[in-house]
Design a protein around this ligand. Sequence first.
Ligand code: DP6
Length: 365
Amino acid sequence: MQTAPDYNNPKLILETADLEPSHVVWRSPSNLAIVKYWGKHGNQLPRNPSLSLTLETAFTMTRLDYKAKESADTNIDLQLFFHDERNEAFEERVKKYFSGLTDIFPFLRQISMSINTVNSFPHSSGIASSASAMSALALCLCSLEHELFNTLEDDAAFDQKASYIARLGSGSASRSIFPGMSVWGQTSEVEGSSDYFAVPFEDKVHANFKGMRDDILIVHSGTKSVSSSAGHSLMEANPFAEPRYQQANRNMMNLVSAVQKGDWETFGKIAEQEALTLHALMMSSSNGYLLMKPNSIKIMEMVREYRKETGHQVYFSLDAGPNVHLLYPEEIIHEVRSFVEDQLAPLCEERYYIEDYMGEGPVQQ
Ligand code: DP6
């Protein structure tokens, strides 16, 4: 049985009201799950382990300004700006998130905060932003604790706490804390893995995967019709839930081994099966829903055709949306670029795609 870390800390209280106003800034990337997290229980705990690729060019940059509160009330006092505009919906979500963290960071009740956040990818591009946004916020909170109390000196302890906090904001955000690849959820395949936080996996990644490319083909932009949170809860009554969790565990076992051996074929086979399973689960839920578009399917078929014809290791994945991720080794970037430009870009909205790749993880600015 894994034990939950206890981060509650009543000592993190400011003793004096004369606090120099200051700020912390973090840039944190999005990530793409190869084995997917789909289904959760309790307080943001996953039904199965997941493994993801940390991205680089799709990121959120978050600046948190803080000063001592003028009033003695104990509410969370914050304003949130998204691309320089006050965003009340996101502000409410973050206030609720921070209110749930006051046993871990009691000082949050004592300060006034202003948060400015921007995404590197265009608003409404259809890229899931909760992983990058929530991990950037979690990192800011851990840096804030460090600045105010001189804690979290040790990098590994800092990252683990940031991942734990990010998970409480959005499950997939727990994995964005680490460079390369990361694993969240307990599995016998990865020592130290936990349902409570993600762990780094970069040092296990075979050279064949270094610099892996991920072109994100934007088939359709705009917000999706069913949120991931609603999707997770539909898994509770999904008739295929149990066999799915078993499949995820098997895929995790084979993926962990393929990543260490440098086996692209097994990696790609699992990536595609996981993507299609994710969407099959959405379709088979009660009030089942469809997030793929006709062009998503066309692209996936063309990728398989291209692979058959050329023998190149090019595979697809999907997130909870219609956009298709194209995964392939860095060595064949020139060949694949022509394929994308000539054949796949015409199936994208305004020919738009993002050239991303295995990234270095979050950076404090
Ligand atoms: C399909 O992490 O967005 O992207 O924990 O409710 O915020 P919440 O869900 P979220 O779900 C992500 C689901 C996924 C697969 C994955 O990233 O593992």
